[in-house]
Design a protein around this ligand. Structure first.
Ligand code: 13P
Ligand code: ZN
Length: 328
């Protein structure tokens, strides 16, 4: 074997096809191409179309341009996505965020054509007619969304049948597989006029670990442990942590169970999977999970040091309820 030649820069593949070059106007019946030439010609055309489409996409402006309030909202989502990743709660594509952005949908945005075909939600939610949501894309990573929110999520418009939607911007990124859970909760917030605009699902390590102990899954057992670790948890998560028994991710059953449990609690635990929170905005939803997670860490740290933490007494917790006028 002779000496290896150093590899030069890759040359682009030749895709040109030699066509007859007549001086007179071309008569199509005179063109005869071999099968191989037709294949190469088709590949060339396809490549040209792909480049043209990509250039067109790059030139298209984002819906965030000229909409500073919407841009600020999306930047908040990106910031929270970064926190989820930094906390170790968002392995691979783990977790999802959706935010009701209908208040930012001006006439121009409402006129934007669909960039996807019509997709079914799986449930009918009349309260969502004509609403707009930013949704994390299914399979997309939080750590990528933190830097490029409009390439790792998309804005959808709920159609008049209240059972389907289309993607309108910026790119045709398919929304999260947990869309039924998110939308069913958003619909309830609109019906009740709570003003909650954001929902977050994530996989916090310590909280999920605790959901593997059946003893903790009894009604309010985990809530009481977490509240008693630090006064702020009761103050900022005053309804506590509800429990949804293990249910298939992405299913309508999970959506319905989540909705039911969120009637009584601030945040719900999806047993052996993750947590789901609603909030006035995405920061608020994140804060509630963060506060619960902090308590879970304190509990586990105490157990790791070899003792059962004492926890605040019933009287100390009742004092918090009175002092901060808490609902429970
Ligand atoms: P998606 O990538 O579809 O958002 O799913 C992530 C997840 O956590 C499912 O529960
Ligand atoms: Zn999940």
């Amino acid at each position: 074997m002779g000496p290896m030649r150093p590899m030069g820069p890759m040359r682009p593949m030749k895709t040109t096809v030699a066509l007859p070059c007549p001086k007179r106007p071309l008569d199509a019946s005179q063109i005869s191409l071999t099968k191989n030439q037709i294949v190469r010609l088709s590949k060339g055309i396809l490549k040209y179309l792909c480049i043209a489409l990509e250039n067109n996409r790059k030139e298209m402006k984002s819906i965030l341009e000229g909409r500073p309030a919407l841009k600020a909202e999306i930047e908040k989502i990106a910031e929270v996505a970064g926190y989820l990743w930094q906390n170790g709660w968002a392995e691979r594509n783990g977790g999802n965020i959706t935010v009701n952005i209908t208040e930012y949908a001006d006439d121009e945005l409402r006129q934007l054509p669909a960039i996807s075909d019509v997709k079914q939600i799986g449930i009918t939610l009349p309260a969502l007619k004509g609403c707009y949501f930013y949704c994390k894309g299914t399979g997309k990573r939080m750590r990528d969304l933190a830097r490029w929110p409009m390439q790792n999520g998309s804005v959808i418009r709920i159609l008049d049948d209240c059972a389907s939607y289309v993607i309108i911007a910026d790119e045709a990124v398919m929304p999260t597989s947990e869309l039924p859970s998110h939308l069913i909760v958003h619909a309830k917030q609109i019906e009740k006029g709570t003003g909650y605009k954001a929902t977050v699902h994530t996989h916090p390590i310590e909280l999920v670990a605790m959901s593997h102990n059946r003893e903790f899954l009894g009604k309010d057992v985990l809530t009481r442990i977490l509240w008693s670790m630090i006064p702020e948890t009761k103050a900022f998560c005053p309804l506590g942590l509800g429990i949804v028994p293990y249910t298939l991710p992405g299913s309508n059953e999970l959506a319905e169970a989540t909705l039911k449990e969120l009637e009584d609690y601030d945040v719900v635990m999806w047993e052996k999977h993750g947590v789901f929170a609603k909030g006035t905005d995405v920061m608020d939803a994140f804060d509630q999970i963060d506060v619960l997670s902090k308590s879970a860490k304190i509990y586990i740290d105490a157990r790791c040091m070899g003792f059962e933490p004492e926890g605040m007494s019933d009287e100390q917790m009742a004092e918090m309820t009175r002092a901060f006028n808490l609902p429970r």
